[in-house]
Design a binder for this molecule. Structure first.
Ligand SMILES: Cc1ncc(C[n+]2csc(CCOP(=O)(O)OP(=O)(O)O)c2C)c(N)n1
Length: 375
């Protein structure tokens, strides 16, 4: 199958007057995102906390300049764009043109993980419902498709989408991201799971964090019934954990990522103020969306501990070294309203597997554990 060169695609968009990018990175758009990050000036590529924010940025930019922005996202994030697409950018409201570039995980007929199947099947119907015209990018005629999309968004003054299948773009070597942090995420998770023990309940975030939690429990022979893996619903792990805490007295650890933390940051102060005392928050901060290609978040530019403290967590620690983890987790375990941030380098094993237990079975097994605890 032929592929599209990300550089040629980026150049074509520029020639068509698309000079701002905003979005949340996606595994299928990994090479395009690496190219955008490399070739666009920093102020012209805004990696937003969630996909809806990117639609907002595209609206504002068009208002100020008359130019068009491209909004890139995985189809998992389409839901986050529904409100701003329908009640902001839609032709019956402000009528704001922009180009959506959507990675199509779970395309019917292409094998993918359970969390992508319904989303993949319903991606095109969702765009139909949102009244967003789209084309599925074809490497044989992509130039004409890009030109057509821009013509369409210009004449309709409305959002238009390009859908990106798996394998559409050719490789683009991402910039090296050196780090002097001693741990990577999996090593940090090993230390955390060792310290919290097999009985602790965990709600872990979307992406490789949960895949690593699954494999660590597998290696330790501890079973998986105490871990909710949040395979979809990125950004909601803390809310799920807060909900679990409402129904049990067991200690529940949310293991979040910095991308997950930022995606629905508004949940954090509410949880810090209102969650029950058995809620514990733990963030593995690698300053990036490592699971989908390593594009940076702002998490290394901000004071995450200060943010958590301001939100209402009463004891917040940040650690970086393996030796610090056991004692820090022990303090977290015994302190209500505590939070712990572990700063790590990017990186993961190339042979990292995926959970072999279906999400619905994961849920049922966990429910059985809570039912047994209630008895
Ligand atoms: C709503 C939504 N947008 C985008 C994605 C694609 N996605 C999966 S994991 C991930 C990155 C998560 O970043 P972070 O929480 O920092 O964890 P890391 O991968 O760095 O460990 C993204 C963007 C998704 N699953 N859902």
């Amino acid at each position: 199958m032929s592929t599209i060169d990300p550089v040629a695609f980026h150049t074509r968009l520029g020639e068509q007057g698309i000079d701002l990018f905003a979005g949340v990175p996606d595994s299928l758009l990994q090479d395009l995102c690496a190219c955008i990050e490399d070739r666009s000036p920093r102020e012209k590529n805004l990696i937003t906390a969630n996909e809806g924010n990117a639609v907002g940025v595209a609206c504002g930019y068009h208002i100020a300049t008359g130019n068009y922005a491209a909004v890139y996202l995985q189809n998992s994030g389409l839901g986050n764009t529904v409100n701003p697409l329908l009640s902001l950018a839609h032709p019956e409201v402000y009528s704001v043109p922009m180009l959506l570039i959507i990675g199509w995980r779970g395309e019917p007929g292409v094998k993918d993980e359970p969390q992508h199947v319904a989303q993949g099947r319903l991606t095109l119907p969702t765009l139909d419902t949102l009244e967003v015209p789209y084309q599925v990018l074809d490497p044989e005629q992509w130039e004409a498709q890009v030109d057509h999309a821009v013509e369409q968004l210009r004449s309709a003054d409305a959002p238009v989408a390009l859908i990106v299948r798996k394998g559409t773009f050719s490789k683009y070597a991402a910039a090296e991201r050196p780090s002097d942090l001693p741990l990577n995420r999996e090593a940090a998770l090993e230390a955390v799971i060792e310290a919290i023990g097999p009985e602790a309940f965990v709600v872990s975030t979307t992406g490789k964090t949960s895949r690593e939690v699954f494999e660590i429990r597998e290696r330790r022979g501890e079973g998986h019934a105490h871990d909710f893996l949040t395979v979809g619903g990125m950004g909601h792990a803390a809310s799920i954990a807060a909900g679990v805490c409402l129904g049990t007295d067991q200690t529940v650890y949310c293991i979040d990522g910095d991308g997950g933390f930022l995606m629905h940051l508004g949940s954090i102060p509410v949880i810090a103020q209102r969650a029950r005392e058995n809620f514990r928050y733990l963030m593995i901060n690698n300053g990036a969306h490592e699971s989908v290609g390593g594009q940076p978040t702002v998490a290394f530019d901000i004071d995450t501990a200060g943010l958590l403290t301001a939100a209402g967590f009463e004891q917040v620690e940040v650690v970086r070294d393996a030796e610090q983890v056991p004692a820090a987790v022990e303090r977290l375990a015994r302190t209500p309203k505590a939070a712990l941030v572990i700063e790590v380098a990017q990186g993961s094993r190339p042979d990292l597997g995926r959970p072999t237990i279906a999400p619905s079975a994961n849920k049922t097994d966990m429910m059985a554990e809570f039912e047994a605890a209630r008895r």
